[in-house]
Design a protein around this ligand. Structure first.
Ligand code: CP
Length: 311
């Protein structure tokens, strides 16, 4: 059971809730891999995706998840809507609410925007990435992929490397993975490590090699050029030399370590092509699992709403 009406982040979610979502995603993955992907789980429900930032994976996977489960779905992007005429987030949310949306999936460049929206709408709100804060559905699909490959999360060493400062994916993964008992080791250029990050439960490593050594999972992060203030690292070539994942670095991890990246990847900067396409890379499976996890979330939130309405 998800306790809240909304899914805003993993910081405030319990280990039990996370396990329940991952268990439900297992059933959804089974449905996803069958020949007939149409199920009636969301019949009569409306899902709206409201994206103020670009996206391929997250938006499309929510849209496909809604369609596979027979919901009515619609998409609004900031540039083609009345947001471009100056309408506020709250007014936009209320407008969507009044049209009968059951779930609003929002991506926004400002940290906390989904939390604000959730206070003003009746619909359930799912955070699809807010500024540098959280990207909970990405972390859930990452955890689902690790569970599929490793059978457990507890006791694993998970290296998360790169632009930690700007990464909402890193933050959500640190909250979620540590709750499920993993040891999370982070590394990146000192200018891209936020002060106080160790308070989240992650261990800060001296360098890339220390983080990756004997790791069960190696997760690279995207260099977020759109959020970078100039001067946080000298050049892409320099970044790649010290923090890029290549086969030599990967050889320090356990022999059966898996390689992950949330995508989109800047090929040759965060990872070499050999690492992206490595036999132990699960980057493509992460994309498929994203649909299963989002199906699970939409199902659990709408079922919670139906149960509440019946009480
Ligand atoms: N991982 C991720 O959020 O990808 P998109 O920006 O393509 O949604």
């Amino acid at each position: 059971m998800i306790k809240s009406k909304d899914v805003l982040g993993l910081r405030d979610m319990t280990a039990e809730e996370i396990r329940h979502i991952l268990d439900t995603a297992k059933t959804m993955k089974y449905i996803l891999l069958t020949n007939n992907k149409k199920t009636p789980h969301l019949q009569g429900k409306s899902i709206v995706t409201l994206f103020y930032e670009n996206s391929t994976r997250t938006r499309l996977s929510f849209e496909l998840a809604s369609k596979y489960m027979s919901a009515s779905s619609a998409n609004i992007s900031a540039s083609g809507s009345s947001v471009a005429k100056g309408e506020s987030l709250v007014d936009t949310g209320r407008t969507i609410d009044m049209m009968g949306a059951d779930v609003i999936v929002i991506r926004h460049p400002m940290s906390g925007a989904p939390h604000l929206l959730a206070k003003y709408v009746r619909a359930s709100v799912i955070n699809a990435g807010d500024g540098m804060n959280e990207h909970p559905t990405q972390a859930l699909l990452d955890m689902f992929t690790i569970l599929e490959k490793k059978g457990t999360i507890e006791g694993l060493k998970i290296a998360i490397v790169g632009d930690i400062l700007h990464s909402r994916v890193a933050r959500s993964n640190i909250w979620g993975l540590t709750k499920l008992g993993a040891k999370v080791c982070i590394a990146g250029p000192s200018t891209l490590l936020p002060p106080g990050i160790e308070k989240t439960g992650a261990e800060v490593c001296m360098n890339l090699q220390e983080a990756v050594r004997e790791a069960d999972v190696v997760m690279g992060l995207r260099i977020q050029l759109e959020r970078q203030k100039k001067g946080l690292f000298p050049s892409a070539r320099e970044y790649s030399r010290f923090f890029g994942l290549n086969e030599e670095v990967i050889s320090l991890a356990k022999k059966d370590a898996i390689i992950m990246h949330p995508g989109p990847v800047n090929r040759g900067i965060e990872m070499t092509s050999e690492v992206i396409d490595h036999e132990r890379s699960v980057i493509n499976e992460q994309v498929t699992n994203g649909v299963a996890v989002r199906m699970a979330l939409l199902y659990l939130l709408t079922r919670r709403r139906s149960n509440e309405a019946a009480d």
